[in-house]
Design a protein around this ligand. Structure first.
Ligand SMILES: O=c1ccn([C@@H]2O[C@H](COP(=O)(O)O)[C@@H](O)[C@H]2O)c(=O)[nH]1
Length: 292
């Protein structure tokens, strides 16, 4: 593994397109594929997705919840899948949504260390304990070329209840985004005042060698983009497409063109399986719509 996560992501998107496919082995999907809700069913589902898509899409995003519910056998399935997915060229974003006090966050950040049995390229994290509590994960990511996506404006209905709450003059979501902007700003260190947006407005967060390694999650289901992403400097992970009602047109409406956006789709692609060709065709349909 070489370079920063932002560099590897930009290269993968240039080579394969921006789509991230989520691996979410929901019980109804296992049933649809004719598989049992067991570690064996989980392994067959996961292997089929990895075999079909790890050499095809830029990012795979396994949802940790579906593996944890099978205990250690579920985690063993995921460990094997992550190694194979990365070997086939996909970046792996572990959707774990971790967040805790700094000393514990340091341990969660070990997912970004190469020696971790479940070493991944990037991790989703939750800022509910204050974005500053995530600093150990930022440090580990910097040390090992990993990335983080911080929940900011999530795709679920009612997310605004907390995310729109005012912290001084800014919403909580905006405070998260401004902190991530700081992480992507060269020379900014924790404790510094957050970078002035005007000063970093040209750090648009476009795809290229300067794409930052720290991103935010903003749902494709939002009625309006009610946060300022200017100068973010890193990628936006956009879930909510397909099963949650979001479309490629929504992404264009919310984010325009040119911004480093990673659209992520799980159920809408997975329901096409288990046939590998059908999974790839479903992913290709999304890529074509997203890049039209
Ligand atoms: O705001 C968020 C943050 C994360 N997710 C996760 O993405 C996938 C979406 O699955 P679909 O089947 O494409 O709806 C899932 O793992 C969520 O936990 C999100 O949806 N919204």
């Amino acid at each position: 593994m070489s370079g920063t996560f932002g560099e590897r992501l930009a290269d993968a998107v240039a080579a394969r397109g921006p789509l991230c496919v989520g691996i979410d082995p929901h019980v109804p999907l296992l049933e649809r594929w004719g598989l049992p809700d067991s570690p064996d069913g989980l392994a067959r589902f996961t292997d089929a997705v990895v075999d079909a898509l790890a050499g095809h899409v830029a990012v795979l995003k396994p949802q940790l919840a579906f593996y944890e519910r099978h205990g250690s056998r579920g985690l063993a399935v995921l460990e094997d899948a992550v190694v194979r997915a990365r070997a086939a060229g996909a970046l792996v974003l572990l959707d774990a949504k971790r967040g805790d006090i700094g000393s514990t966050m340091d341990a969660y950040a070990d997912y970004l260390r190469p020696e971790h049995p479940l070493a991944v390229d990037a991790l989703t994290v939750s800022p509910f304990l204050g974005p500053g509590s995530l600093q150990p994960a930022v440090d580990t990511a910097r040390l090992h070329g990993g990335g983080l996506f911080v929940l900011a404006r999530t795709s679920n209905p009612g997310a605004g209840t907390l995310q729109h709450a005012l912290v001084g003059e800014r919403t909580a979501a905006q405070v998260v985004i401004d902190t991530v902007r700081g992480w992507n700003t060269p020379g900014w260190v924790v404790g510094d005042p957050l970078p002035d947006i005007a000063a970093v407005r040209d750090m648009a967060g476009r795809w290229g060698p300067s794409t930052g390694s720290f991103g935010v999650v903003v749902g494709a289901t939002l009625p309006d983009l009610d946060v300022d992403l200017d100068g973010l400097g890193g990628p936006v992970l956009a879930p909510g497409l397909g099963a949650q009602g979001g479309s490629a047109a929504d992404l264009r409406r919310l984010f325009g063109t040119g911004r480093a956006v990673v659209p992520t789709v799980s159920r809408d692609v997975l329901q096409a399986g288990p046939d590998a060709g059908a999974l790839r065709a479903a992913a290709d349909r999304w890529t074509a719509e997203l890049t039209a």
